[in-house]
Design a protein around this ligand. Structure first.
Ligand SMILES: C[S@@+](CC[C@H](N)C(=O)[O-])C[C@H]1O[C@@H](n2cnc3c(N)ncnc32)[C@H](O)[C@@H]1O
Length: 410
């Protein structure tokens, strides 16, 4: 069972265990809900009537939105440009359309994007015209999987002919691709060096001109060499002797590099399977959460985007807090602003039961459960960490009392 959405530090794997330690009350608060794993498990556990999820990160609304059916009719194809423009504003785009759900990088590589677009049009809109244009006669997953090499070949031909719009003899280049790339790299390196020499400039002059620090050494040296982007190249043309237009000088190299990464697709099958559409799989995962909607109406689920201390707690509640772990490198960077002392004080002052996930807590808190778990955030040799649940020590009697109550909601 997958609880919630993939999220750094998700409690997906221990969600059922956490829920088993949370006593029944009318209201359940998940004040640091992240991807919603614990709220999801709580909705299914039926120990509470009302559910309040909260997180300071507005992107946590995605779980709530999905349960509410917001993505029921979602069909859009999100291009790389749309992704770059919208990723910081739209949680759906950031989650579904990013690589490894990292919210930062576009899901598909540049070379494979048109293929996935054609597949999206076919599967989502029922429009096979883009696949046909590529030369693929059938859109079924099984067929594409079975005819993988055929599809790949068709796609490479289509891509080089249509996207790159080049006159170059593709078949010839493909014969000795790596060698050709190497040769052309040397040619481009010399072209840039020549441009520098003929203009009587040094790399530091280029840096000064561009306002960069050491970037020029990448263009003129051989180590970590790279060709300037189109924008930089065109700027440099005003300063150095670089007579050839960008596309003319760099187009071939770009084409060869694209070809090389397309050839690699065979080896990257697991990541870039031609027949699969990861964006659609993820959307379907979101849409499946709609089945919780019935409960939402009956039992009421709410989402707030506040700091935990600003959430109003109703009487007869249990409050679960999955705070950013203290002393975990990743969170020091991401949640460096979290004030632990303030949180400990807040927890000690609550009248409703507070249950906290942490590895360690200061004096005044008691561990009520412990479970080993593997964590990529851990620095130990086998990546094993002990997940603990704590409560304020002064709530021990309350905790024992609530746990002994046989009250369960159906
Ligand atoms: C460990 S993660 C929670 C993971 C979540 N339980 C799950 O399974 O996906 C910690 C969360 O605390 C949130 N957070 C950090 N400071 C916060 C604050 N002051 N108030 C509310 N949420 C906060 C972060 O945005 C992050 O989502």
């Amino acid at each position: 069972m997958n609880y919630g959405l993939p999220y750094m530090g998700s409690k997906n794997f221990i969600a059922e265990w956490v829920l088993s330690k949370i006593p029944p009350r009318t209201n359940f608060y998940d004040l640091f809900c992240g991807g919603g794993a614990i709220t999801h498990a709580a909705l299914l556990a039926k120990k509470h009537r009302r559910f309040f999820m909260n997180d300071l990160n507005p992107f946590s609304a995605l779980f709530f939105d999905a349960v509410s059916g917001k993505y029921h009719n979602e069909k859009r194809w999100i291009s790389r440009e749309t992704f770059e423009r919208e990723k910081t504003k739209d949680p759906y785009i950031a989650f579904v359309w990013s690589f490894g759900n990292n919210g930062a990088d576009y899901l598909y590589s540049k070379e494979i994007e048109p293929w996935k677009r054609a597949l999206h049009y076919s599967r989502v809109f029922g429009d096979d015209s883009l696949l046909k244009e590529i030369g693929v006669p059938c859109s079924s997953s099984t067929w594409i999987k079975k005819n993988h090499d055929f599809c790949k070949e068709k796609y490479i031909l289509w891509y080089t002919g249509n996207v790159m719009k080049t006159e170059v003899e593709v078949a010839e280049i493909r014969k000795n691709l790596s060698e050709n790339i190497k040769k052309n790299t040397e040619y481009l390196q010399n072209y840039l060096l020549d441009g520098l020499k003929k203009s009587g400039k040094r790399p530091c002059d280029v840096d000064r001109y561009l306002g960069t620090n050491g970037m020029a050494s990448h263009y003129s040296g051989k180590l970590q060499w790279e060709f300037p982007t189109k924008e930089v190249y065109e700027k440099l043309q005003n300063f150095l002797y670089l007579p050839v237009p960008y596309l003319e000088i760099y187009g071939l190299q770009e084409l060869m590099q694209s070809l090389e990464s397309l050839q690699r697709l065979q080896r990257l099958q697991r990541l870039q399977r031609l027949e699969s559409l990861q964006s659609l799989e993820r959307l379907q995962r979101l849409q499946r959460l709609e089945s919780l909607q019935r409960m939402q109406r009956m039992q009421r689920l709410e989402f707030t985007n506040l700091s935990y201390k600003d959430v109003k707690i109703l009487p007869d509640s249990v409050i679960y807090c999955d705070i950013p772990y203290r002393n975990t490198a990743t969170y020091i960077i991401n949640d460096g602003g979290f004030d632990y002392e303030e949180f400990y004080n807040w927890a000690q002052n609550q009248t409703e039961l507070v249950i906290i996930s942490e590895y360690q807590m200061p004096e005044g808190f008691t561990c009520i459960g412990q479970k080993s778990k593997r964590s990529i955030l851990s620095a130990t040799a086998n990546n094993e960490v002990k997940e603990c649940l704590f409560i304020p020590t002064k709530q021990l009697n309350l905790y024992n009392y609530l746990n002994n109550s046989l009250f369960n909601f159906d």
